[in-house]
Design a protein around this ligand. Structure first.
Ligand code: ADP
Length: 327
């Protein structure tokens, strides 16, 4: 397998009307969601072989989510079904640039993935494993996530970690910070956005914050900067990767598209020798992220490899190679 993602696979409930308060919305429309699952689909669309590991309820939504992954070519042999808990629902309360969520997860099936349910064979035969922090909020999924990382790392896989901080899912901020800090030393790649960088480092200075995260054990730190593109910091190089201009209609899924795209590029190379690849890989990931903004929704908006290539062929000759500002 090229890339396995592990974590939440759930239903995002989108409000029928934009800009209304939760209680004033007339209806909610169910759509497949969950950041790690989106990353698996993003990378599959870009041509990687991918698998998803997680747990959904033995219910209508769980089956629908499995079918969506399978239609996208994501291997679901590591997906488990829970007879005693429902598929998690996320009601989107404020449909604006920074969506806020109310999770129906008391507990949801995704929190109940156990270490003994992991497909060990799958995890021992992958080039990369991508996880995030939502599966670290509660046991037993927390132990299952750490165990999956241990197994994949033992077989030489690149470990990717998206901080993906969702305050509503944690009992308190301290616990979230402690769990993210505990995963950091295992990660070959840590991806944060600007808000997470500030939360983890108490600075909004991208260069200082990234250096601090690297000093805490992250080998490669990548910061997504929305319309400003992205930034990377590794042991021997760092720099900003410039953004692409697009007509944005919906930012949902841009970060997951970016991560999926970045992983498809990084797995082509030795994980201990990625420095030379980073400018190109981030350029590709920025393009995939930007393209995702031009369409609505998360999964429907994720671009294919040929769409990213065509986009790069169209825009790069006009604007010149964007590349990276090295320092
Ligand atoms: P997240 O906060 O989920 O990590 P971002 O919103 O920063 O995700 O988007 C991920 C990537 O998508 C960015 O690093 C950038 O490359 C691209 N992107 C996001 N917003 C824009 C935008 N308005 N214009 C161009 N590219 C964008």
């Amino acid at each position: 397998m090229d890339i396995i993602t592990l974590g939440e696979l759930l239903i995002d409930m989108f409000p029928a009307e934009k800009g209304k308060r939760l209680v004033d919305v007339s209806a909610f429309i169910p759509k497949p969601g969950g950041a790690p699952a989106n990353v698996a689909v993003a990378a599959a669309r870009l041509g990687a072989s991918t698998a998803f590991i997680g747990k959904v309820g033995q219910d209508f939504f769980g089956e629908m989510l499995r079918d969506v992954l399978q239609q996208e070519g994501v291997d679901t042999r590591g997906l488990r079904f829970d007879a005693d808990a429902r598929t998690t629902l996320a009601l989107i309360a404020q449909p604006n640039e920074n969506n806020e969520y109310i999770f129906y997860r008391n507990p949801g099936a995704d929190q109940r993935l156990r270490p003994d349910e992991l497909d060990r064979d799958l995890l021992s035969n992958t080039r990369a494993l991508h996880v995030a922090s939502v599966s670290l909020t509660d046991e037993p999924a927390r132990s299952a996530t750490f165990e999956a990382v241990r197994l994949a790392k033992q077989s030489g896989a690149l470990i990717s970690f998206d901080a993906n901080y969702r305050p509503a899912l944690w009992r308190n901020e301290q616990e979230a910070l402690a769990q993210i800090a505990a995963m950091l030393p295992h990660a070959d790649l840590l991806k944060v956005n600007e808000l997470e960088l500030e939360l983890l480092t108490q600075t909004s200075d991208v260069e200082k914050g990234s250096a601090l995260l690297a000093s805490r054990g992250g080998k490669l730190i990548v910061v997504t900067l929305g319309a400003q593109g992205s930034y990377f910091h590794s042991a021997s190089s760092k720099g900003f990767a410039k953004p692409f201009q697009v007509d944005a209609v919906d930012s949902t899924g841009a970060g997951d598209s970016f991560v999926g795209a970045l992983l498809t590029q990084l797995i082509k190379h030795d994980k201990n020798n990625l420095d030379a690849q980073l400018p190109r890989a981030l350029e590709f990931a920025n393009a995939a992220g930007a393209l995702t903004l031009t369409r609505r929704g998360a999964i429907p908006a994720l671009p294919t490899a040929s769409e990213v290539r065509e986009f790069l062929n169209r825009v790069l000759p006009k604007i010149g190679v964007l590349g990276v500002d090295e320092e």
